[in-house]
Write a protein that binds this ligand. Structure first.
Ligand SMILES: *[C@@H]1O[C@H](CO)[C@@H](O)[C@H](O)[C@H]1NC(C)=O
Ligand SMILES: *[C@@H]1O[C@H](CO)[C@@H](O)[C@H](O)[C@H]1NC(C)=O
Ligand SMILES: *[C@@H]1O[C@H](CO)[C@@H](O)[C@H](O)[C@H]1NC(C)=O
Ligand SMILES: *[C@@H]1O[C@H](CO)[C@@H](O)[C@H](O)[C@H]1NC(C)=O
Length: 514
């Protein structure tokens, strides 16, 4: 009996240390995408699993359980010359929707051009699970198909259209604003109308153009695949969503859509001593001004720079501005500039009063973790939506780029510094954000192991993953109902006509008889 217990304990121990062989596909090289992909990979490595990543980023130090199959920097190949980031501002929504299918197709082609990947695909290695970013690159499902492993997707944003479709989920247009639009979950009739039309356009482009294109690419790049594109599509297990309900609008998720918002936020590290002293000495507080990795302080137009300096010069607070030049012309003395600052760690300093940001999801999430009020100047992509959420949740304000002036920007900044409401709200949301049964890192590890344990976890999937576009939105039902209503209306109209004719005949007969 005793040895039986000992044996089962031993088996249990062996089971616990069993490391999974994981394949990670990180096709996008933008910082905001890699930050999420690499955080997922690191969580799995720390849990003792063995990861092979298809990525453009080679790790600094080699390790036993991490290996990279290097692919080219896809984003670099997309844009030869870097455009001024502010050029994206007036990008029409219609183009954003239409642009996705060719973007996704180009990305797949660039990734598949890699010779390293080609050689890797000829090996017969074994993997338990594949974790892949989903951003218009469904054709790359040929990679997990080749290795015959369970497939987990991740989304670097809230549930986007691709992830909703693959999970059989739908986003009701009545209260889930499209990320391309600038609405909240409380929409006027006109906004709901626009939201519905944009949603229909997106759905149609997705089913009519995007998925067939990806299916075509899948078939041409993976001609020996045993499982079809559709099989793979329906066979994906779960999707990690980079979102958390506390910082977002409440919306439906399937049990396969797992929130891991905050995964990239590491514990704060101590600041370098000069920066620490600079912030400690700022008894009136510090403002951090950083527009993410794409927009440097020097990218601003001259008039904007002068305006910022004028506003900052009138404040008691100190300002830390990511501005990549040796000097800042007309620096009023309270602005510290630099090529790079440890944003995440600065946000954790108790003297930090306001974070001026473009509204990227990485930065706004870091601000939530630390409970720092936000002043947003959105530029492109999802930034407007992130800031709409911030404003709706009451822990920040935003000024649109075309409206930027000494008055609008200065007033918003002063309001955030003066009014305690924003700080209190930010602290409250921070508490909710950090109050979870598992950290986002644990969430990733738990669900990845869960998928491996349950052979893909098909029991979590809704029947709707098997539906087509028409079934999913019940278009067929609505059409039949509309036809029946028309027929009924027509019959009623006919009957009414007969009755009216009889009545009129009678009255005219009466008149004649009089
Ligand atoms: C991790 O995977 C690589 C490549 O398949 C293999 O060489 C290595 O032995 C594995 N390490 C562990 C700890 O399983
Ligand atoms: C939603 O918006 C309407 C119109 O702007 C407003 O009257 C209403 O109070 C808002 N509802 C909530 C719950 O904020
Ligand atoms: C950059 O620094 C140089 C040298 O200090 C200065 O002359 C120039 O005005 C600065 N330019 C900008 C855009 O800040
Ligand atoms: C995918 O297919 C395999 C083999 O048919 C099956 O074992 C697994 O449960 C499926 N996974 C999902 C999520 O449907």
């Amino acid at each position: 009996m005793k040895w039986l217990i000992a044996l089962s304990a031993l088996i249990f121990a062996v089971n616990l240390t069993l490391s999974l062989q994981i394949l990670a596909v990180l096709p996008l090289s933008m910082k905001s995408h890699l930050a999420i992909g690499n955080s997922i990979v690191n969580s799995l490595l720390e849990a003792g699993h063995n990861v092979t990543a298809i990525s453009n980023l080679i790790p600094d130090k080699p390790s036993d359980n991490y290996r990279v199959v290097q692919i080219p920097d896809v984003m670099k190949e997309f844009q030869d010359q870097e455009p001024n980031p502010f050029e994206y501002i007036d990008f029409p929504i219609f183009f954003s929707v239409i642009m996705m299918p060719p973007f996704g197709a180009d990305m797949v082609k660039l990734v598949m051009k890699s010779e390293n990947l080609d050689a890797f695909l000829k090996t017969d290695e074994k993997f338990d699970v594949c974790i892949m970013e989903l951003f218009g690159n469904e054709a790359l499902m040929g990679i997990p198909e080749k290795f015959n492993c369970a497939l987990i997707f991740y989304n670097t944003y809230d549930a986007l259209f691709w992830s909703d479709t693959i999970s059989g989920n739908t986003s009701p247009a009545s209260y889930v604003p499209n990320p391309f639009l600038w609405f909240t979950d409380n929409m006027s009739f006109k906004q709901r109308l626009v939201n519905t039309v944009v949603g229909l356009l997106e759905t149609t482009v997705h089913y009519v153009l995007h998925l067939p294109w990806q299916r075509y690419l899948y078939n041409s790049y993976f001609p020996n695949a045993k499982r079809s594109f559709n099989d793979m599509y329906k066979n994906s297990s779960i999707t990690f969503i980079n979102n958390h309900v506390s910082s977002s609008f409440v919306r439906p998720h399937m049990p396969t859509q797992i929130e891991i918002g905050g995964i990239h936020v590491k514990p704060a590290k101590p600041l370098a001593s000069d920066l620490q002293k600079y912030m400690d000495d700022a008894t009136d507080g510090v403002i951090l001004f950083s527009m993410g990795s794409y927009i440097d302080g020097t990218d601003w137009k001259e008039e904007h720079r002068e305006m910022f300096i004028k506003v900052f010069g009138k404040l008691k607070q100190k300002i830390i501005w990511r501005y990549s030049n040796e000097t800042l012309p007309d620096n009023p003395g309270n602005i510290k500039i630099g090529h790079w600052f440890p944003q995440r760690d600065i946000l954790a300093h108790p003297n930090l009063k306001v974070f001026i940001t473009h509204g990227g999801l990485l930065g706004t999430t870091e601000a939530i973790v630390e409970g720092v009020p936000v002043l947003g100047i959105p530029v492109f992509g999802d930034q407007m939506m992130n800031l709409m959420k911030t404003v709706a949740r009451g822990y920040g304000l935003q000024v649109l780029y075309p409206d930027l002036s000494e008055e609008t920007f200065g007033n918003a900044l002063k309001e955030l510094l003066r009014n305690r409401v924003y700080k209190d709200k930010a602290k409250k949301i921070s508490k909710i954000f950090n109050d979870r049964p598992r950290t986002p890192q644990q969430e990733v590890v738990y669900w990845t192991e869960y998928v491996a344990r349950h052979n893909g976890a098909a029991h979590l999937q809704a029947e709707s993953v098997n539906f087509n576009y028409i079934q999913l939105f019940s278009f067929d039902v609505y059409i039949i109902l509309a036809i029946i209503s028309l027929i009924v209306l027509y019959i009623e109209f006919k009957i009414l006509k007969i009755i009216l004719r009889k009545i009129f005949k009678k009255s005219s007969n009466k008149k004649k008889n009089q």
